[in-house]
Design a protein around this ligand. Structure first.
Ligand code: F6P
Length: 343
């Protein structure tokens, strides 16, 4: 019987538990696989910290946010105890034959290296940012967009009551998918994303034209958007090595500038981790369950070095190398399509 270890790594994401459930249910039933879960991402794998997973441990999981296994941004090559050789020894000791790594770009990169160094590993793509290449959608994205859209709807009524410009910051360090989709769904007057530069003059012009029509401007900005003159003083390296805002996020930088330049009272809201918490939408539960089920087929076929992906409505298989070669940013034409409605 093949014994499979599952881990969840990187930022958590609504739908992770549904993937785990889908994998355990199908793996046990169809392929006769046995499962353990490594705790806190790669740490559990490196330290051999694992718990058994079976039908009963995944019962009722598909609507639960977070991950029952815990997660972290710890990498498998980060400490001397890590690396493929040590991990192979740990897997041997635990009698684990294969690893399913559920995670984003960092996880895919680490999985690719482990695969190249002999570890039998397959993957499931995960990121609320939806920027992982060669999959049409990642689970968690739909939930994040839904939460951000509700936030826009709510900000709109308070903004209209006070005739204020409301600036909502959503997640998206490198890609503006959440901002683009929620801003579109919520009818934002401007959507600002890392991929597309906009000047402060243009942003203020949009806000003023909305005000001149007697409306309250609604601006949605992705956390990774920067103004052309923003300097390093605005960000610092977090303990995990990622760039973090130094003094509030981009919404808090933009709001006072818009207020000063336009004379429109302006407020900033940073949605933050609310986008990553709580129950997944039905779309994300279905996608996550299908991906979890399908990844057990990769294990059964010994299709190491691959991850499952969504192509249209079909679940496909994609090499880690291929997924990593195609970071999925918002294309110019998708942004321009909506930009004609700004202001
Ligand atoms: O990559 C997913 C993501 O949610 C990004 O949108 C965001 O920048 C980041 O994670 C936040 O990470 P953390 O939870 O570690 O602060």
């Amino acid at each position: 019987m093949t014994k499979v270890g599952i881990l969840t790594s990187g930022g958590d994401c609504p739908g992770l538990n549904a993937v785990i459930r889908g994998a355990v249910l199908k793996g046990e039933t169809v392929h006769g696989q046995e499962f353990v879960g490594f705790l806190d991402g790669w740490r559990g794998l490196v330290e051999g910290d694992a718990v058994p997973l079976d039908r009963s441990s995944v019962r009722g999981l598909s609507n639960q946010g977070g991950t029952i296994l815990g997660t972290s941004r710890f990498g498998p090559y980060q400490t001397p105890e890590g690396g493929a050789q040590n991990i192979a020894r740990t897997l041997d000791k635990l009698g684990v034959d294969a690893v399913i790594a559920i995670g984003g770009e960092g996880t895919a990169a680490a999985s690719k290296r482990l695969f190249e160094e002999g570890i039998r590993i397959v993957g499931v793509p995960k990121t609320i940012d939806n920027d992982l290449g060669r999959t049409d959608y990642c689970f968690g994205f739909d939930t994040a967009v839904e939460i951000a859209t509700v936030a826009i709807d709510r900000l709109r009524t308070t903004g209209n009551s006070h005739k204020r410009c409301m600036v909502l910051e959503v997640m998206g360090r490198h890609a503006g998918w959440i901002a683009l989709h929620s801003g579109t769904a919520g009818g934002a007057h401007a959507i600002l994303i890392p991929e597309q530069p906009e000047s402060i003059d243009q942003i203020c012009a949009w806000a003023m034209s909305v005000r001149d029509r007697g409306r309250a401007p609604m601006v949605v900005v992705a956390e990774g958007f920067t103004l052309p003159d923003m300097t390093e003083a605005h960000s610092h390296k977090g303990l995990d090595g990622f760039d973090r805002p130094r003094l509030g996020g981009i919404a808090e930088i933009l709001a006072p500038i818009i207020e000063e330049r336009t004379g429109i009272e302006t407020r900033a809201t940073v949605l933050g981790h609310i986008q990553r918490g709580g129950v997944p939408t039905a779309f994300d539960r279905v996608l996550a369950t299908r991906l979890g089920m399908a990844v057990t087929d990769l294990v059964a076929d010994e299709d190491w070095g691959h991850m499952v992906a969504l192509h249209g409505t079909r679940i496909a298989r994609v090499g880690f190398d291929e997924a990593l070669a195609h970071h999925k940013l918002v294309p110019q034409e998708r942004y321009q399509e909506m930009r004609v409605l700004f202001g």
